[in-house]
Design a protein around this ligand. Structure first.
Ligand code: GLY
Length: 596
């Protein structure tokens, strides 16, 4: 099937001089031999891949969708072209992502969603985060002597699996904002699962890289290693079990996932995982709830940057970074200035210090949400940036709060993973959703055609340090702290940028950088998502190897930073709104933006 996008125009824009310096270094996937697996895509998706390879945004007037796989984006575009809302399109995109990008997100995972409602002008955030089973204890990831387990010893198997949230979040978003028939939103994913889809280069490469862990459990091995050999780029892969689960959800709603045979199979898979069984129960699934949370919004350059509060640290930490930087003129410095990156890097380190001390699931521990992003507090923290050199050390501040607390610092590890979806519909609603099963391929447990998350390893493995409790320790029914930062930026109450990324705790740096690139450095969205990365969380400055960012390593070292050149695989998908819509897809991944 082909779609008609009468008004879609792919426009080559002249690059502003500042942006030119930093946008020519990240090789688009298309340039490194990708498209054989995407030959069957429609003409518009092909054109979008070409635009990305050429460094151009996709332009449109009515609606836009950007996500990590062209087949998923086509599914969302089909819904939007038929008059569906951004919530409808998200359901179609997520259903296909769970099939074609199973390593990153799916029915077995969780997500956070930020929604701008065009009619009311309000921003709503929904928490579909995985939840610790009722039988979990603070010592879930500790051995008999209370020492933390090795990371992958905890990840692989049933112990790390939290109650999934994504199916109920899809349903809740559709219940609030959907216009299309629920059941029909799964048609495209069901057809692809039954008729087969071409394995993408990224999926094939990641399966090969993770061969040992993926072959530990028979159901996982037989899907990703049919006849003993890893699925390869361009192979046609079918997934009838996934199609059957989608059909059950399409007909019966998310209840068909959270109780009955699907729930029973999930629980049996978790509890019988050989060598590392978990404690999830059918009661945990039956009790799962999506939670509406207050949006966290921070002023930056006369805009409001809004996102997801606890249990995510995303909006608070992005907001702290930007709130500190609002007192410094990054536009005058420009994206190639070591001084700009000194300010960004140390603002980030200060924000990560607060994150490690204070941020966790606020239903379980007191979190000083307002104090952490209060303007006077961020001004005071920004004064720490007044020198010329890297801060020798950083420590958490003391945000205002009406509750006594004494916490030890968290040390949870989050490795890159996850996926991001940005959508604007014809009515002007905007959706920003970051969705995950945590580590690439999650727990590696595969049931009924989808992978189960390992989200519980986003908790701190240690429950205490130096006699003090850690805010992000495990507790029954608690949600692990996240770094996911689905973001909508508003100007005078109207959205101007929808952005977000995967990448573990580096998500925070990627998202903050995309906002700075657009608001301070005047980049278009494609330039903003493609520009080389520099990320500092805990002291070491990660600079993206093989790009112009690496040229900043010397000057940053002279300022006192320890620098590490490495790959920084963000997956930013962003849409800017102004005179029309402009979509950008991260060249480090396989996604595209499509619009009309
Ligand atoms: N598991 C990735 C995150 O929630 O930040």
């Amino acid at each position: 099937m082909r779609y008609v996008f009468g008004l879609m125009v792919l426009t080559a824009l002249a690059l502003p001089a500042l942006a030119q310096q930093v946008t020519d270094s990240v090789a688009p996937e298309a340039e490194i031999g990708q498209p054989a697996a995407f030959e069957a895509l429609g003409a518009e998706a092909q054109a979008a891949l070409e635009a990305k390879a050429a460094g151009r945004p996709v332009e449109a007037q009515e609606w836009m969708v950007a996500a990590a796989n062209p087949l998923a984006v086509e599914a969302g575009a089909e819904v939007l072209a038929a008059g569906g809302s951004a919530a409808d399109a998200m359901v179609a995109v997520q259903a296909v992502l769970g099939l074609v990008e199973p390593q990153s997100s799916g029915l077995g995972g969780g997500a956070f969603l930020v929604w701008y409602d065009a009619e009311s002008g309000s921003v709503t955030t929904l928490d579909g985060r995985e939840t610790a089973p009722l039988a979990a204890t603070p010592r879930l990831f500790q051995d008999e002597s209370g020492e933390p387990l090795g990371f992958f010893d905890a990840v692989v198997g049933g112990l790390s699996v939290g109650t999934p949230g994504t199916p109920r979040l899809m349903e809740e978003a559709h219940r609030r904002w959907g216009q299309a028939n629920w059941g029909g939103l799964f048609d495209r994913a069901i057809a692809l699962a039954e008729e087969g889809f071409a394995v993408s280069p990224r999926l094939a490469g990641l399966v090969a890289d993770d061969a040992d862990r993926l072959q530990r459990f028979p159901a996982t091995a037989s899907y990703f290693f049919p006849d003993g050999a890893a699925i390869a780029e361009g192979d046609t892969l079918t997934n009838p079990d996934y199609a059957e689960v989608l059909r059950l959800i399409a007909e019966g709603g998310s209840g068909a996932f959270y109780s009955g045979p699907v729930a029973e199979d999930i629980v049996a898979t978790v509890r019988s995982a050989e060598g590392n069984p978990g404690v999830l129960s059918t009661t945990d699934l039956a009790l799962y709830q999506v939670k509406e949370r207050p949006a966290v919004c921070v002023d930056y350059r006369a805009h409001e940057v809004c996102g997801m509060g606890p249990p995510s640290s995303g909006a608070l930490t992005v907001g702290q970074i930007l709130g500190m930087l609002d007192h410094h003129d990054l536009a005058a410095l420009g994206p190639q200035s070591p001084e700009a990156w000194r300010l960004i890097g140390d603002a980030s380190r200060l924000a990560f210090a607060d994150r490690g001390r204070y941020m966790a699931d606020s239903d379980f521990v007191p979190v000083p949400v307002e104090g952490l992003v209060a303007a006077p507090y961020l001004k005071q923290r920004s004064e720490l940036l007044s020198g010329d050199d890297a801060l020798p050390e950083v420590s958490p501040g003391t945000p205002e709060y009406d509750h006594a607390f004494l916490w030890a610092d968290d040390e949870s590890l989050e490795l890159p993973s996850t996926s991001h979806i940005s959508i604007v519909d014809a009515a002007g609603n905007a959706l920003s959703m970051t969705t995950t099963i945590e580590n690439g391929f999650g727990s590696r447990l595969f049931v009924r055609g989808f992978l189960l998350n390992n989200e519980l390893t986003d908790f701190s493995f240690r429950s205490h340090a130096d006699g003090l409790p850690i805010a992000n320790r495990v507790a029954p029914g608690k949600r692990p702290r996240s770094s996911m930062a689905p973001t909508i930026v508003l100007k005078d109450g109207a959205p101007v940028l929808v952005t977000g990324s995967p990448g573990g705790s580096r998500i925070i740096g990627y998202v903050a950088q995309s906002v700075i690139a657009v608001l301070d450095w005047g980049m278009d969205v494609q330039q903003a998502v493609a520009m080389p990365h520099l990320v500092n969380r805990f002291g070491t400055y990660d600079v993206e190897e093989g790009t112009t960012a690496a040229e900043l390593a010397g000057p940053l070292e002279e300022m006192g930073f320890e620098v590490n050149a490495r790959g920084l695989t963000s997956g930013l998908h962003a849409i800017s709104l102004g005179d029309g819509l402009s979509g950008g897809a991260d060249p480090r991944r396989e996604g595209i933006a499509l619009g009309q």
